[in-house]
Design a binder for this molecule. Sequence first.
Ligand code: PEP
Ligand code: MG
Length: 328
Amino acid sequence: RQAAYAALRDVEPRTLDGTRITVMMNAGLRDDVPMLNLTGADGIGLYRTEFQFLVSATLPARERQTRLYREVLEAAGNRPVVFRTVDIGGDKALPYLRHDDGNDEENPAMGWRALRVALDREGLLKAQARALLEAAAGRTLNVMFPMVSEPWEFDAAKAVFEKQLDFLRGQKRMLPEAIRYGAMLEVPALAEVLDLLAPRLSFLSIGTNDLTQFLFAADRANPKLAERYDWVSPAILRFIRRVLKGVEGHAVDVTVCGEMGGRRLEALALIGLGIRRLSITPVAVGPLKELISRLPLAELSAAMDGWLLHPPADMRAALVEWAAARGI
Ligand code: PEP
Ligand code: MG
C-alpha cells in the first residue's frame, strides 16, 4: 500500500491540455495529517475540528484545541489547511453539550447543529476562534463555517473571530499573517443568495454529502436510500454549475469537499462542469491525480456542457462510455 502511494505521490494533477487541478485531502484527526506527505496532496481542504470534540469525554479546553491546531499546521508545513469550525449536534450529538430542552430532535440532520449551535453557544465559538488564531500566529489561517444557510450567519461567525483578533492585538500577541474566511455550501438556500455573500468570502466549499441529502430530501444515513439518488445526476450537476455561476466575477475559490469528489466518475463530472479544486478522502488522492493527468479537459467540458443542457437518460452511462472511448 505504501508503495502504491509513493508511485502516485509525485504525479502532478494537470490535465492533458495543461490545466492544473488542485487536489487536497480531508482530515479530522492528528494522525491523518501524515497522509499529506504520503499522498502528495495540495493541502487539507477540510479539517473536521469536531473529531477532537467527539473523541473527548468533556468539552476540549481551549489550550488543547490550540495545541492540536498548531500541530496540524506544523505538520502541514507550507501546504494550506482549511479548518472547519465544529459541526456537532444533530447526529454527532455530544453528551456534554445538550440543548436546553433536551436533545431529542425528529430530524437531527436539519436540526440544531454546526454553526447554529456555535452561534447559540457563543462561548464555544469564541474559544475555538481564539485557539485557531493563536495556533496560526505568523501563518495564514483558513477558516470555514459549516451549514451556513443565510449570509448573516457567516457575518456573525466572522465577527466572533474578529473580536478575538482585536483582543489578541490589544495584548500585543503575534497574530496570523492573513485570515481567509470561507463558508460551506451544503444548504441549498445559500445558493440562491450567493451574490450577496460572495463579496465577503475568500472561498466557498461545497459539501456534497449534506447538499445531496437536502436537495433530494433523502437522509444520507438511511441505507434504504443509499442507491436511489446518483451523485452523477443532472439535478446535482446543474446545481453545482449554478453555484459556480453565482460567484463568477468574485475572487472566491470554489472547492468540492464532499465524498463525491473522491469517486472516479463523480470527479470527472465535477471537473467537466468547471470545478478546479477538490478535497477528498486521502486514499483517493493518488488515483485522482493519475486520472487527471490523462484527461482531455476541453473535450470533457464540451461534452458536459451538452449533457447539462440536454441530459442523457443515464448520465452515469454517458460518462462511462465517454471515458471508455478515450481509454481513461
Ligand atoms: C459535506 O456535508 O459534504 C461535508 C463535507 O461535511 P460532513 O460530511 O462532515 O457533513
Ligand atoms: Mg456536512
